[in-house]
Write a protein that binds this ligand. Structure first.
Ligand SMILES: Cc1ncc(COP(=O)(O)O)c(C=O)c1O
Length: 440
């Protein structure tokens, strides 16, 4: 499908091709994050600004990948870069406590419903690892129930049941994940059963309000049911809000669904384009991170040379402050654009023999091509969709229209995207759908 896309891409990306050949010699598979590779080779980015990525061959793409979904205000917004410039002149790492982290911490506690206290780290993977450790220390239990298809970063505690065939995702972590059990997303009965069966040793239930592997929003009753069940058995409800935090609303998924977990992991948007992670939650749980506690009781989560480094704190503070001061405008605007994009792409394909469903919520979106009768409501359903067609669709958008989504991964609209951009995305989808309809 869309066979001319490959030739167009190759013709316009010769320098990227050469660089990728060189990259393969120094980096395993040519990349430093596995998902950044796509066929035949990824373009190399030279610079980025606002909604655009510019590659080394002079191509300009309207970017919907937006730094793994971290750039809600677009690339290098002035409101952030001006604060970063000031901070760089004052120092990039102090290795001592600093006021900018205090101000960002206060804002997190103001915005995120469950956040009575917070601890900063540098990645979402650290934040989820910290959360699991806190839950185990607090409850003195071991089992973590997570969701099939749930990606929580590369920490050894949680790399299980991320992609089919489900199981342990990496050599060397079998022991680390032996107390991790997965259940299907959006299936309250299965979760109830699993919670009941494991309640004697259950530390927490870990769930994303929007499942990142597929961008599938939770049903509210599902999250409500998990809240009730976890309370009933006395384990923690742990939301991974690395994608949804400050993205689906100022207070994240928990505010959107009006369901407050006991602890949450944050990342991405919180860093304003710089590396960040945070775990936050109830004071009585966070108190288990206190180094004055005996070693046998505490959750030792207080490391990290670069934790709360002033650059990430300054970028995060500028971003979250801007979001909170303008939330009444920004979120409705992003939601409108997201809704238009999801509906428009699906409508484009509705006229053809190809069935497309664009999942998501607010500014998040991802288009799937499910077989008849399959509703993409959990990770198993997502993997029954036509993944090859999905990759071809996103590659055709990239090669033929210079619209960049990382094939198969979340699309994230930023405040720099306009209604015209969404129209261009829909128009491109209409053209691609027509081509598909007329394909032999
Ligand atoms: C839901 C979720 N949790 C955790 C992580 C890990 O965050 P990081 O890549 O910053 O380590 C990710 C990354 O994409 C994520 O999507």
């Amino acid at each position: 499908m869309w066979d001319d896309a490959l030739e167009l891409y190759i013709r316009s990306s010769s320098r990227s091709k050469d660089l990728f050949e060189a990259a393969k010699r120094v980096f395993v598979s040519g990349v430093n994050h596995n998902i950044r590779f796509f066929e035949p080779y990824p373009f190399f980015t030279e610079k980025a600004s606002g909604k655009f990525l510019y590659d080394v061959d002079g191509n300009r793409y309207v970017d919907y990948w937006m730094g793994h979904g971290s750039l809600i205000l677009g690339h290098s917004p002035e409101v952030v870069t001006s604060k970063l410039e000031e901070q760089i002149c004052r120092g990039t790492i102090f290795g001592t406590v600093n006021e900018v982290s205090l101000r960002l911490g206060e804002l997190v506690c103001d915005c995120v419903p469950c956040a009575e206290q917070v601890r900063f780290c540098n990645t979402g993977a650290e934040a989820t690892m910290y959360g699991v450790r806190l839950a185990r220390a607090y409850t003195k239990k071991r089992i973590v129930i997570k969701v099939e298809g749930g990606w929580h970063g590369y920490n050894s505690d949680l790399v299980k049941d991320v992609s089919p065939p489900y199981g342990v995702e990496s050599a060397g972590v079998e022991e680390c994940v032996k107390h991790v059990i997965s259940v299907p997303f959006n299936d309250l009965e299965a979760a109830r059963r699993c919670i009941g069966e494991n309640r004697a040793d259950l530390a927490c239930v870990l769930v994303e309000p929007v499942l990142g592997g597929g961008i599938i929003p939770a049903e509210r009753d599902y999250l409500k049911g998990l809240r009730e069940e976890t309370e009933k058995v006395g384990c923690l409800l742990f939301f991974d809000e690395v994608i949804t935090g400050f993205r689906v609303s100022l207070g994240g998924g928990q505010q959107h669904y009006n369901i407050t977990p006991d602890i949450a992991a944050l990342g991405k948007v919180l860093g304003g384009g710089l590396p960040i992670g945070a775990v936050c939650g109830l004071k009585e749980v966070m108190a288990y991170a206190d180094p004055k506690r005996p070693k046998s009781e505490r959750a030792w989560i207080g490391g990290g040379t670069f934790s709360a480094n002033p650059l990430s704190m300054a970028a995060g503070l500028a971003t979250v402050k801007y979001l909170s001061e303008n939330s009444g405008v920004i979120y409705p605007y992003l939601n409108e654009l997201g809704e238009d994009a999801r509906k428009g792409i699906d409508r484009a394909f509705a006229e053809t023999r190809i069935h497309a469903t664009t999942t998501g919520i607010g500014s998040l979106l991802l288009t799937h091509f499910p077989p008849d009768g399959i509703e993409p409501k959990d990770a198993r359903a997502i993997h029954r969709c036509d993944r090859k067609l999905q990759a071809q669709f996103y590659f055709a958008l990239l090669a033929k229209y210079k619209i960049f989504f990382l094939p198969g991964h979340l699309g994230a609209i930023s405040y720099t995207h306009t209604r015209d951009d969404i129209k261009a995305l829909i128009d491109a989808s209409i053209e691609l759908a027509h081509e598909a309809k007329n394909a032999p």
